[in-house]
Design a protein around this ligand. Structure first.
Ligand code: ARG
Ligand code: ZN
Length: 852
């Protein structure tokens, strides 16, 4: 059944309070729920409580037996009055819950995941975000196996029972939708601290993990305190309970979850020490800790009216966590990383069969809509509003939104209206960012007569058709731009914000002292594709002279892309402009190393493919490798200088030290690409001497892509050293799945049979299957075995965990972008999936939409 946004109806019944009594046991957990229900309006409809796989053992209304029946798993109760007490009782088996939705077991602990629709797997309830309730939770469990009992809100009482069990009660004073419910029981230890809010509330913080992992929680705890302070300083948002707990679990469908006062995290976003986590992991931890914390306001205090509004909380919260991360280190490098992520995940989504607006109109399974479009494009849409309003008015809009909608379930429209009101701006046309899918394309042409003081910029926009949206209206595109002198490199204009609202527009520049070069979409002010037809010389020039670091990066990327696209098309290549520009960047001592490392990286194979009418994975691979080798050889002296200059004595986690490590690994990669015969030895030496995972993994990536003897040795050493650390073993699988070697498809098939491989753990499944399917050349191997492998894994995983399986399907749906032979093979696998009886609706939605 298709759920449509237009069909929204207010709930028939509200549930002002719920009392849960959860008698925990991995095999049989008894859940008794007491709901105060209140008729909402004057209708005569029955109370319908969502249920998924539940058997009611008892249903009572006001203490008496009730008139009820089950309908498609839901509990329908006939009620006569306007308020009643409804009690239900069910037994569930967390240890058999492989979907990891609802109450489940993970490495000996019991935990919950309810967003979006997991609560209905725990108890009968109106499982929709606009039903807000006060929760009182009593839980009991074996005291030895589960000494720690946590739930949302504040702890109110605890005690021992005489049969070796114990109990605890928690009360959450803030009304919340059931997707924010959480409980955890396990043998956990806490890294504790306190945070005093700006109005003087003392908050007890706890990061709960197994005792053995306690030493790996300082970074997360520090990030939490920094986030709490940042939200006060930047958004004026203060924490509102006396405790804030985070629990790390090994089996988790995504990154983390913002349950009120009790965040639950995938352990990969909590655990870190220098020996096991890369700088990238450290940054990811800080970003996700901040993200979930920020949800306390953007998500919990103000939640979503329905799931079509998901970007209301996710887009805004991603924008907030991006701002936080930008403030912790280099804002420019953070912006580069975010744009690279958007282009890697969201642009292809927007250009493919699963494209959907930031506020979708319909879905079959909401889990499939936790996408890069909702999260990352959603964040870009907020960012554009912030650009249009400016910082003060944007903050005023945010204050108004939180104040007006506190304690309610709001809509995207509510948010935009607040921005409109506080910003004193008309956002009517801007709202198309929420309704139209597809990445807008902007063509920009700057015309200038030699010797003239005037230049004319022609801008035009087009939004491509997407499924269900053949025709598009023009968007509001805020474009930051600036002109530089092509001779001197001087700025010829101030930066200006040109907001394109029509299909086409002209901008005139006067008083130009020399030939202008166009710098456009600076800072990536609009999430669009720019086609500005600049010459290699002008791009090289901007890569050296632009005063916006993002624009410098962008000019270099465009230069590399243009070069690679030409070389894929013609089989011939002129690498000189790229070599010169990369050389200039490497020799520019004023640049920070993190930036240099980003700027000199070649665009990914898939991003090159995205520029072409048809993707030819082998030609792209060859063109890219040729340029890599050329850069490696031509600039070998520079790479070695960069490599030697970034050698550190001892590990330190600071922006400068991170930049050094990043550049060092990039330089190592280029030295290897040059074919230098000491490259493998150099990499192996780095691998062995490293006192941190960033350097060790960087060396391993270089070795794993090659054919040296050191490769086998390093993979073995790495495996043996970390065989009891699942997060590091994930890296071992992932590095091999992403390898550029010719035999990667064989290796991956073998690894799928490795004793440490399991589809039951989502991190492990993503590390092998997910990584392989974005390894463009290996996955798209002509024979189609990559496609068959993915489909086989998806079918196996669909039986355990449909949500995580369906998330891995999109690479198979991109068949339109490939040659007819590959397209046919990909379609055949999609058809094979769809023919399987009992396919989940998650997988059905993704596969059927991908075939259309
Ligand atoms: N709200 C969580 C977060 O972004 C993610 C929940 C994902 N849920 C899902 N069904 N995929 O922080
Ligand atoms: Zn989120």
């Amino acid at each position: 059944p298709i759920i449509r946004r237009a069909d929204y109806q207010v709930p028939d019944w509200l549930v002002p309070t719920i009392t849960l009594d959860v008698d925990l046991d991995p095999a049989a957990t008894r859940v008794r729920a007491t709901l105060e229900v209140a008729r909402n309006g004057t209708h005569a409809r029955a109370l319908v409580l969502d249920g998924d796989g539940l058997e009611p053992l008892a249903v009572r209304v006001d203490g008496a037996n009730a008139d009820w029946h089950l309908q498609d798993g839901d509990l329908v109760v006939q009620l006569s009055g306007d308020t009643h007490l409804v009690e239900t009782e069910v037994v569930i088996a967390p240890e058999r819950n492989t979907q990891l939705m609802g109450l489940y077991a993970s490495s000996g602990l019991l935990c919950t995941q309810c967003e979006a629709q997991g609560f209905r797997r725990i108890t009968f309830f109106p499982d929709r975000p606009d039903v807000l309730s006060r929760y009182h939770v009593r839980m009991a469990a074996d005291a030895e196996r589960f000494p720690v009992l946590l739930a949302n809100g504040d702890p109110v009482a605890a005690g021992l029972l005489d049969d070796g069990r114990h109990w605890a009660e928690w009360n959450d004073p803030f009304p919340k939708p059931c997707y924010l419910f959480a409980l955890v029981a396990g043998d956990l230890q806490a890294n504790r601290d306190t945070f005093v809010t700006r109005s003087g509330r003392e908050v007890e913080l706890g990061i709960w993990v197994r005792a053995a992992d306690l030493a790996k929680t300082d970074h997360a705890l520090h990030a939490l305190k920094t986030s709490m302070k940042w939200d006060e300083d930047v958004y004026g948002r203060e924490y509102d309970l006396d405790v804030f707990n985070i629990v790390a679990v090994d089996d988790f469908n995504f990154g983390a979850m913002e349950n009120k006062g009790l965040n639950i995290f995938n352990s990969r976003y909590i655990l870190a020490d220098p020996d096991t986590a890369t700088d990238y992991d450290y940054d990811g931890i800080a970003a996700v800790v901040a993200h979930e914390y920020f949800h306390n306001w953007s998500g919990n205090r103000v939640t979503c009216r329905d799931w079509f509004q998901l970007s209301l909380k996710e887009g805004f919260t991603v924008f907030r966590d991006q701002g936080f991360s930008a403030d912790q280190g280099s804002a420019a490098v953070k912006r580069i990383e975010d744009v690279r992520g958007l282009r890697a995940a969201q642009f292809p989504e927007d250009a493919g069969p699963l494209a959907h607006p930031v506020r979708p109109d319909e879905y079959i399974e909401i889990s499939n809509f936790y996408t890069a479009t909702i999260y990352n494009k959603g964040a870009e849409v907020i960012r554009m509003m912030a650009t249009l309003l400016g910082p003060q008015r944007f903050r005023a809009g945010s204050d108004l939104y939180f104040q007006r909608f506190d304690g309610t379930a709001a809509t995207v429209e509510d948010f935009v209206s607040c921005m409109e009101e506080a910003g004193d701006i008309d956002l009517a046309q801007f709202r198309r960012w929420y309704t139209q899918a597809g990445t807008p394309r902007v063509t920009a042409q700057l015309r200038h007569e030699p010797g003239s003081a005037r230049a004319q910029l022609s801008l035009a926009q087009a939004v491509p058709p997407t499924p269900g949206q053949p025709h598009k209206e023009p968007m509001v595109l805020p474009l930051r731009l600036k002109l530089f002198g092509g001779e001197t490199g001087r700025a010829l204009t101030e930066e200006q914000l040109v907001t394109l609202t029509d299909p086409a527009a002209e901008v005139t520049f006067d008083g130009l002292a020399e030939r202008p070069v166009l710098s456009i979409n600076r800072g990536f002010s609009a999430p669009v594709i720019i086609d500005a037809a600049r010459t290699p010389a002008d791009l090289a020039f901007l890569s050296a002279h632009d005063d916006d670091p993002f624009a410098r990066y962008e000019a270099m990327q465009q230069l590399m892309l243009d070069t690679l696209v030409l070389s894929v098309a013609t089989g011939r290549a002129d690498h000189r402009a790229v070599v010169e520009a990369v050389g200039n960047t490497l020799r520019d001592a004023a640049l920070d190393h993190a930036f240099v490392a980003e700027a000199v990286l070649l665009p990914s194979e898939s991003f090159i493919g995205d520029q072409l009418a048809q993707v030819d994975p082998d030609a792209i691979f060859r063109a890219r490798e040729a340029l890599r080798a050329e850069l490696g050889t031509a600039l070998e002296r520079e790479w070695r200088a960069a490599y030697d200059a970034t050698e550190a004595n001892r590990f330190e986690y600071s922006p400068a030290a991170k930049g050094d490590r990043r550049l060092r690994s990039v330089a190592l990669g280029y030295i290897a690409a040059s074919g230098a015969n000491d490259a493998a030895a150099l990499a192996f030496r780095q691998f062995e001497r490293a006192d941190n995972m960033t350097d060790r993994q960087g060396a391993l990536v270089t070795l794993a892509g090659g054919t040296s003897d050191e490769r086998v040795a390093a993979l073995d050493i790495f495996y043996n050293r970390y065989s009891d650390n699942p997060l590091v073993l994930d890296k071992w699988f992932q590095v091999q799945a992403l390898s550029q070697r010719d035999d990667t498809a064989d290796t991956v098939a073998e690894l799928a049979r490795h004793r440490d491989f399991t589809l039951a753990n989502p991190n492990r499944a993503r590390a092998l299957v997910g990584a392989f399917s974005v390894n463009q050349r290996a996955f798209h191997e002509r024979s189609g075995r990559g496609y068959r492998f993915l489909a086989d894994q998806l079918l196996a995983l669909d039986k355990l965990n449909p949500q995580t399986a369906a998330k891995l399907l999109p690479p198979l749906g991109r068949w339109k972008r490939f040659d007819p032979a590959r397209a046919a093979l990909m379609r055949a696998e999609l058809e094979r999936l769809l023919a399987v009886p009992g396919l989940s609706k998650d997988m059905f939605e993704q596969a059927s939409k991908s075939l259309d």
